[in-house]
Design a protein around this ligand. Structure first.
Ligand code: FES
Ligand SMILES: [Fe+2]
Length: 339
């Protein structure tokens, strides 16, 4: 699926940056091949196409003044709606109505700036733990990977890779079998449940999962939200819960911004923020290395090639089937993908 060639993918919310990372300067980002620029305003965050309507300079090379972005080439100034509000060289003349840059919707949720390039078909996924008492949020990753977003999503529901890719952390190459996984399809994606025994190697891992044993059992309930967001709620014995939110925001056809944060029902005194990040970083780095070795894009038609699948590939196949239906219905009968 070449993401930049699928206009329906513009109709979803994507997290693009943690709000705390937006500074004094306009920030460039590439979403689905579209160059955009973001900056903080008094009401929230503005997002425009990163292309001045005068002589096409990138607005992200300019600066912010009074909540508006000033083009670094000749100073034309644009507000959050994309309207040009000032041409400094001719202050006495009216700014032409045509002097406008496309503006995009933004929302701030879970401490992140979310952007939709067109009217969204669904809302930003609801993460109950974000507002439940007893959970803390740890921001874990914000990095560009050289891989298409669908590859990352299918990997995050792929129990079969754990024994091999994660043999240095929590996988066990001697136990490659995986348990049954249920998949309950929804208009917006699916809910999946699975239980797995995993290794707990080293002091950091034991601290992170609150055990002094070398192994534990994880009961996982995960949702896939079309197209590229996963919420994975992992329950350990003794009541520890990790809720991982993993987003593969499609930048180009073969690069994705990986944003991940976690909600945990323990405290800084149990495991520090730095330790939580280090624990999951070691695991995620194993995924990065192997994923970036794959071809970035994957044809949706792989669903038809039955001999090349294992039982445990089912989530990725369901994703492809649902995305194929979404792409087919685009322009025919677009419905909001609500529960
Ligand atoms: S190109 Fe932006 S003001 Fe001239
Ligand atoms: Fe993994």
């Amino acid at each position: 699926m070449i993401v930049s060639k699928q206009p329906v993918l513009r109709k979803f919310w994507y997290p693009v940056v943690q709000l705390a990372r937006l500074g004094e300067k306009p920030m460039p980002f590439t979403l689905l091949g579209e160059n955009i620029v973001l900056w903080k305003t008094a009401d929230g965050v503005a997002c425009l196409k990163d292309r001045c309507c005068h002589r096409t300079a990138k607005l992200s090379l300019g600066f912010i003044e009074d909540g508006a972005v000033v083009c670094g080439y000749h100073g034309w100034t644009f507000d959050a709606t994309g309207a040009c509000i000032r041409i400094p060289q001719q202050p006495d003349q009216k700014v032409p109505a045509k002097a406008k840059v496309p503006a995009y919707r933004t929302q701030i949720k879970y401490g992140y700036v979310w952007v939709a390039l067109d009217e969204p078909l669904s809302d930003i996924p609801v993460i109950p733990e974000a507002s439940e008492p007893g959970f803390r949020q740890v921001h874990q990753f914000y990095e560009t990977w050289n891989i298409g977003a669908l590859r990352l999503m299918e990997n995050s529901f792929d129990a079969a890779h754990v024994a091999f890719v994660h043999r240095g952390t929590f996988g066990d190459v001697q136990s490659p079998r995986v348990g049954d996984r249920s998949i309950d399809e929804k208009p917006w994606g699916f809910v999946s449940r699975q239980s797995n025994d995993v290794k707990v190697r080293g002091d950091l891992a034991q601290k992170a999962v609150h055990t002094s044993d070398g192994k534990t059992t994880r009961h996982t309930e995960s949702e896939w939200y079309m197209p590229f967001v996963r919420r994975s709620s992992i329950h350990y014995p003794h009541g520890l819960i990790h809720v991982l939110v993993t987003c593969a925001t499609p930048m180009t056809d073969d690069t994705s911004m990986i944003l991940q944060w976690v909600y945990r029902n323990d405290t800084e005194a149990d495991v520090s923020t730095a330790e939580v990040i280090a624990f999951d970083r070691a695991i995620t780095f194993e995924d990065k290395t192997i994923l970036e070795s794959c071809e970035a894009d994957v044809p949706l038609s792989i669903v038809d090639d039955e001999e090349l699948h294992m039982m445990s590939d089912k989530p990725g196949l369901v994703m492809r089937r649902m995305l194929t239906q979404l792409l087919k219905s685009h322009g025919e009968s677009e419905q909001r993908l609500t529960a």
